[in-house]
Write a protein that binds this ligand. Structure first.
Ligand code: ASP
Ligand code: MG
Length: 424
């Protein structure tokens, strides 16, 4: 059994979905679990119709209409204007979405998951229906009956024991029912279910992680993420015109790179498959026959070349004790307790006798909360609008070229990695 994951950009139009059908149809005969995200930028749209968010009823209806028109336009193109069971089901789903967005606001994170999850339910309903219509027999599966999380809404924590049991049960049920000979399962990324039967999500861009959870729980032969890039590149093509494809990446290297901010895969993706030694392919949906990249049990990256990761919108925050004391373990303990409570991720840190400096993503609300929590004992000052550059396998030449003429506020060097915080 193999697991495929298609992200929003790979299913954002009728022609993109035809391309997905082509890829799914030309991958041999082994059973396939296909994990799909919401189409295009649907999740961003749905974030605006969570109860309590739209400014008024007019705005809410307009946004729901926009989401519906987008999907129905694609369905219309794929089904050549014919109404069928799939278009009927889509109509019902849009009615349910409309109702969910009209609910009275309760807890924001809970409301978020109940509404935003429609993106994946709708995309998979449409795509599964289309594949069946063109003769690619498949079964639509509600992933909420396979992946179990706790009730930590917007970032559900996966219960792997239960998920493993549920996912395997669902799969063997299908086999027993003889649902289809080749066994193609179409299911949702990003969303999961609780023991109570409510919906959770796994965090933005979490569909990669869904595919990895299912790969782990179903003992997949391998997993493939289909992207709009040829594979794992040594830099984001947004910043570099001459990127190099890395053909082989060791599991740990991929985890490090995702942690530093490489956006090609979600940071939680690699751990589960690494635990089982399942290889992860990253391939181009534009050029599916081309060799992509493989994350697997390798010794080192190949080819060995410098890797660059850029994180924008960073701030450098300096925290100084007010009482003339030095920065010591007790101060650090207080600071870290607050960071953990507010779920603030530290991208880089450094301390001196009088001050503790940390680089974090800029977020006004969290910054205010941090200030409030620390201001009785500490003075907080910060620089904003910074860029954090991480370079693995660096040399001085490379550093000079990258930061030429820019002001460096903080730099750290380890054996293989250097990080530079620079003014934009
Ligand atoms: N649709 C979700 C998002 O846009 C999940 C994903 O795309 O991976 O964040
Ligand atoms: Mg996505």
């Amino acid at each position: 059994m193999r697991v495929f994951k298609f992200g929003g950009a790979s299913v954002n139009s009728a022609s993109a979905i035809r391309n997905v059908a082509h890829i799914v149809n030309h991958q041999g005969n082994s059973p396939l679990v296909v994990v799909i995200s919401a189409m295009g930028k649907t999740t961003n749209l749905l974030e605006k119709v969570i109860p309590g968010i739209p400014a008024n009823e007019q705005e809410r209806t307009a946004l729901i209409r926009q989401t519906k028109d987008y999907h129905m336009g694609i369905a219309n193109e794929l089904f050549e204007g014919r109404q069928n069971a799939t278009t009927q089901r889509l109509e019902q789903l849009f009615d349910a979405l409309d109702a969910a967005s009209r609910n009275k606001p309760t807890n924001y994170n809970y409301d978020y998951d109940q509404v935003v999850s429609f993106g994946e339910i709708i995309s998979t309903t449409l795509i599964s229906g289309y594949l069946n219509a063109i003769g690619i027999d498949n079964t639509w599966m509600d992933v909420r009956t396979m992946i179990r999380t706790n009730e930590h809404y917007r970032e559900g924590i996966v219960d792997f024991e239960t998920t493993r049991r549920m996912a395997q049960e669902r799969m063997s049920q299908l086999k027993a029912d003889g649902e289809n000979s080749r066994q193609i399962i179409i299911t949702q990324g990003f969303i999961a279910g609780t023991a109570k039967g409510t919906t959770t999500t796994l965090g933005r861009e979490g569909s990669d992680y869904s595919a990895s959870i299912l790969s782990y729980c179903l003992d997949a032969e391998n997993m493939t993420i289909w992207k709009d890039v040829p594979g794992f590149l040594n830099a984001d093509p947004k910043y570099f015109s001459d990127t190099i494809k890395i053909n082989r990446i060791p599991f740990n290297e991929a985890i490090e790179l995702a942690y530093y901010g490489a956006s090609v895969i979600h940071p939680k993706t690699v751990k589960p498959i690494q635990n089982k030694g399942i290889c992860l392919n990253i391939k181009s949906f534009i050029n599916p026959d081309a060799e992509g990249s493989v994350i697997g049990p390798f010794e080192s990256i190949a080819p060995l070349t410098p890797l660059y990761i850029f994180k924008n919108n960073q701030i450098l925050l300096s925290i100084q004790p007010k009482d003339f004391s030095f920065i010591a373990e007790e101060n650090l303990q207080t600071i870290f307790a607050v960071l953990a409570r507010l779920n603030i991720k530290v991208n880089l840190m450094q301390n001196s006798a009088l001050s503790f400096s940390l680089c974090i993503d800029y977020n006004e609300i969290l910054l205010q909360q941090l200030r409030k929590a620390l201001e009785s004992d500490f003075r907080l000052v910060y620089n904003s609008g910074l860029q954090l550059i991480t370079i693995r396998y660096y040399n001085q030449d490379i550093i000079d070229r990258i930061v030429a003429g820019r002001t460096i506020l903080l730099q750290q060097r380890a054996r293989t990695t250097t990080q530079l915080l620079v003014e934009n």
